[in-house]
Design a protein. Structure first.
Lengths: 419, 256
C-alpha cells in the first residue's frame, strides 16, 4: 500500500463513476461477534456526498479498466487512449477494510473491465468477495458486477458472498445496443441475470427443506440503462424497466444520463450537457411504478412516448386524465389519493389514518405535508379551495402550475421604460 | 393564561401531566428552566419532578398507546423546539383520556402531528451520525471521532457502532455536550474526557499520536471522493442539502 496505490485508485474510481448504483439496502446481517461489520436493513446508510450531489455509500471501484470490448458509450472502451491501471486483490481488500473501519463506507461495489475472457475476470471478482468474507470476516455490504458471458458456476460462486449483484443492460432496445456495441447483444445481459435469479430462487427453495442454507445474493439484483445515448424513447425505457421489475429478484433499475465521454464517435449524439432533466423524469416515473401503483403504459402512452420535461410524470398523467378528478380526500381509496399530484406516499398514509377521526379540511392537509399548491386543483375536501380541474380545463391548470416566477419583476406591478 | 414550569426532564414532563390532572387545569404553556415567561399570565405553577407521579402516568401510557408511539414520544422529546413540551403534554393528556381509542394516528391533531414531526427530526439527526462519524486511527489502535450533533442523539447511535466495529476499540465524543462513549472491544462506557489536547480542541489527531498509516488512508479517501464525482454534473446545492455544512468540520474528505 503506497503512493502508487493512490494513483491507481484515482484512475479506477474515475473509471467506475458512471455506474450509478450506490444503494446499500436490502440485506440485514448482524455482526456475529467474530468479525467486523454489519448490514442494517431497511434504508441504507450514505456516508458522503460527492461534488456532483451523488451519494457515496460503497467504495465504487473497478478492478481494472483494461477492457477487450469496444462499446461506443463507454469511457473504458478498448480504442480509448486513457491511463489504465489494475488493482491487485490484496489492495482492494485492504482499502475496503481500512475505509470501512473508519466509517467512510458501507461496503464495496466492485466492477471490472473484461480482460482475457469473461471467466477470468469473474473469477477475480469472486476471489475478492471470498477473501473479504472468509479471511477478513467482513460482514459489510458487497455489490458485485456479474460479467456478461461468465459461466454459471462462477456467478454462483460470487453470489454466495455478495449482497447484491448486477448486470447493466445499458441500452434498452437490442437493435440500438447492437449498433453501439456490435460485440454485445441482449442475450449476453439477460443470461447472467437469469443465473442470478435462478440462484436466488434455488436458495429460497432450499430454505424450505433444509435448516442451514448459505445465503445467495439476499439483496437481489439491480441494473442500469443509459439515457440519451441511443434514439430509444422513454416509453421503450419504461416498458423495459417494468418488464424487469416483474422479475422476482429485480430491486432497482437505475437511469444514467449519458455524459458524452467519446465525442469522436459519430454513432453517438453530440450532447453539450448530460440530459439531466430527462433522467430526473425517468426516476420520477420509476418511483410511480414502484410506490404509486402506476403502470408503465399509463406514464408514457403511445401518443406520448416521451415524458413531458416541463411537468413531472404524475402531474402529466393527471392533466391527461381530468376525468379521474377531483378526488374526495375524505372518502377516496388510498390508491386514488396516491394519484393526486402534490400528495406523496407519506402524506397519503397520514391522510388515510387521520380521516378516521374527523373530517379533514385544507388546513389539516397542508399541516400534514401535502403540497397544496399543486393538490388544490385535484381534490375536494368539503370546502372550496380552488376551481378543480374538472370545472376548468387541463390547459388552464397546466398554465397555472408551470408559470415561471419572474425574478425581481413583480407581475402585478406595471413597469415603465424611462429611458 | 396558565403557565407550568418544569425541570426539562422527561420525568418532569410526565409529572406536569399528572399535576394538570390533579389540579384540573389545562396549561397554555409548559416552559423549561431557560424558557422566558410571557408578558401576561394568570398563574404560574412550578412542577416538582416526582418519580411516583411520572411512573403512574407512564404506566397508564403503556396501556393506551403502542410501544412504537412511546418510542416516538421519547425520541421527539430530545428536540430543541420550545413549543414541543406543551404539545407533548396535550398528546399524553389526550391519550390517557381516550380509553379504547388509539389517538396516535390522528394526524389532524397538532399535538399528534408534532410528535411525529419532531421524532422524524431527532431520528434524522441520529441517522446522520451513522452517516457522518469519521474515525481516525491513533497509534495505540484506538479509533477516535468527534461529533457536534444538534440534538443529544449519541446514545441512539452508539450501539450501532459497537455492533459494527465489535473488534475495534473506539471513542466517539460529543463536543457540545462534553461526553462520549468509549468502547474497549468488549464494553461500552460513557466517559467524560477532561484533557485539553490538540485532538480534543480540533477533533483531529495530531501527527504524533496518529497511526503511521492513518495519513495515507486519509489521502486515499480524499482522492477517492474527488475522483468519483462527475465534473459534467456538478451540483453543490444537492451536496449541501444531503450533507449539511455543519458536519464538514469533522469530515475527513472535506478537510484540506
Amino acid at each position: 500500500m503506497t503512493e502508487a496505490t493512490l494513483e491507481k485508485l484515482k484512475i479506477l474510481a474515475a473509471a467506475a463513476k458512471y455506474d450509478v448504483s450506490c444503494s446499500s439496502s436490502g440485506t440485514v446481517r448482524r455482526n456475529d461477534g467474530s468479525g467486523v461489520g454489519n448490514t442494517v436493513g431497511g434504508v441504507g446508510i450514505c456516508h458522503s456526498f460527492a461534488a456532483d450531489g451523488r451519494c457515496i455509500a460503497l467504495l465504487k471501484v473497478m478492478l481494472t479498466n483494461y477492457c477487450m470490448y469496444d462499446c461506443a458509450y463507454c469511457i473504458n472502451r478498448r480504442s480509448n487512449d486513457i491511463p489504465r491501471a489494475t488493482l491487485s486483490v490484496s489492495e482492494v481488500v485492504d482499502i475496503t477494510m481500512e475505509f470501512y473501519r473508519r466509517n467512510y463506507i458501507e461496503g464495496l461495489f466492485l466492477s471490472s473491465g473484461v480482460v482475457r475472457n469473461p471467466d477470468y475476470t469473474m473469477e477475480r471478482i469472486a476471489r475478492i468477495a471470498k477473501d473479504l468474507r472468509l479471511i477478513h470476516r467482513f460482514n459489510g455490504y458487497i455489490h458485485l458486477k456479474s460479467i456478461p458471458g461468465a459461466s454459471r458456476e462462477l456467478v454462483n460462486e460470487a453470489g454466495r458472498y455478495a449482497d447484491r449483484m448486477s448486470v447493466n443492460i445499458e441500452i434498452p432496445r437490442e437493435q440500438s445496443l447492437k449498433y453501439l456495441a456490435p460485440e454485445k447483444d441482449h442475450k449476453s445481459v439477460y443470461e447472467p441475470m437469469g443465473f442470478i435469479r435462478q440462484g436466488v430462487l434455488q436458495c429460497q427453495e432450499d430454505k424450505k427443506k433444509m435448516r442451514h442454507v448459505p445465503r445467495f445474493v439476499p439483496g437481489g439484483q439491480s441494473t442500469q440503462m443509459i439515457v440519451g445515448a441511443s434514439p430509444d424513447t422513454d416509453r421503450d425505457i419504461l416498458l423495459t424497466s417494468s418488464a424487469l421489475y416483474s422479475m422476482p429478484t429485480m430491486r432497482r433499475v437505475y437511469y444514467s444520463g449519458y455524459v458524452s465521454v467519446n465525442q469522436y464517435d459519430s454513432r453517438l449524439p453530440a450532447l453539450k450537457q448530460p440530459p439531466l432533466v430527462r433522467e430526473n423524469r425517468l426516476y420520477q416515473a420509476d418511483w410511480l411504478m414502484r410506490f404509486y401503483q402506476f403502470r408503465a403504459e399509463e406514464i408514457a402512452d403511445e401518443s406520448n412516448p416521451n415524458l413531458d420535461l416541463e411537468v413531472d410524470p404524475k402531474l402529466g398523467w393527471a392533466l391527461r386524465h381530468p376525468e379521474a378528478f377531483p378526488v374526495d380526500i375524505n372518502r377516496a381509496p388510498y390508491e386514488m389519493i396516491l394519484r393526486v399530484p402534490g400528495i406523496g406516499v407519506k402524506s397519503a398514509a397520514l391522510i388515510v389514518s387521520a380521516r378516521r377521526y374527523r373530517h379533514l379540511n385544507s388546513s389539516h392537509l397542508s399541516k400534514i405535508g401535502v403540497a397544496m399548491k399543486r393538490a388544490k386543483y385535484f381534490i375536494t375536501c368539503g370546502e372550496l379551495v380552488a376551481p378543480s380541474i374538472a370545472d376548468t380545463s387541463p390547459e388552464y391548470v397546466r398554465r397555472l402550475l408551470t408559470a415561471r416566477k419572474s425574478r425581481g419583476e413583480n407581475p402585478l406591478q406595471l413597469s415603465f421604460d424611462f429611458s | 393564561m396558565i403557565i407550568y414550569r418544569f425541570d426539562g426532564s422527561f420525568d418532569g414532563l410526565l409529572s406536569a401531566v399528572f399535576d394538570s390532572f390533579a389540579r384540573r387545569e389545562k396549561p397554555d404553556a409548559l416552559l423549561t428552566p431557560d424558557g422566558s415567561l410571557p408578558l401576561f399570565y394568570d398563574l404560574v405553577h412550578q412542577v416538582e419532578t416526582d418519580s411516583d407521579k411520572s411512573g403512574r402516568v407512564w404506566r397508564k401510557l403503556t396501556k393506551v398507546i403502542t410501544a412504537s408511539a412511546r418510542a416516538a414520544l421519547t425520541s421527539a422529546f430530545l428536540t430543541d423546539n420550545p413549543e414541543f413540551p406543551i404539545l407533548a403534554l396535550r398528546f399524553i393528556s389526550r391519550a390517557v383520556t381516550s380509553p379504547g381509542v388509539s389517538v396516535e394516528t390522528d394526524f389532524s391533531d397538532p399535538a399528534v402531528l408534532a410528535v411525529l414531526k419532531e421524532c422524524r427530526r431527532v431520528r434524522g439527526e441520529a441517522h446522520r451520525l451513522l452517516q457522518f462519524v469519521r474515525f481516525q486511527k491513533a497509534a495505540d489502535g484506538t479509533y477516535f471521532a468527534m461529533i457536534e450533533p444538534i440534538f443529544d442523539v449519541l446514545p441512539f447511535a452508539v450501539n450501532h457502532f459497537a455492533d459494527r466495529f465489535s473488534d475495534q476499540p473506539f471513542i466517539i465524543y460529543d463536543r457540545l455536550r462534553d461526553y462520549g462513549y468509549h468502547y474497549d472491544g468488549a464494553e461500552l462506557k460513557r466517559v467524560v474526557i477532561s484533557s485539553d489536547g490538540y485532538h480534543m480542541q480540533t477533533g483531529l489527531l495530531s501527527e504524533e499520536i496518529m497511526h503511521p498509516q492513518e495519513r495515507l488512508f486519509q489521502d486515499l479517501w480524499r482522492a477517492y471522493v474527488k475522483s468519483t464525482a462527475i465534473m459534467e454534473r456538478l451540483n453543490p446545492r444537492k451536496q449541501r442539502q444531503d450533507m449539511p455544512v455543519r458536519y464538514w468540520k469533522y469530515l475527513t474528505e472535506m478537510q484540506k
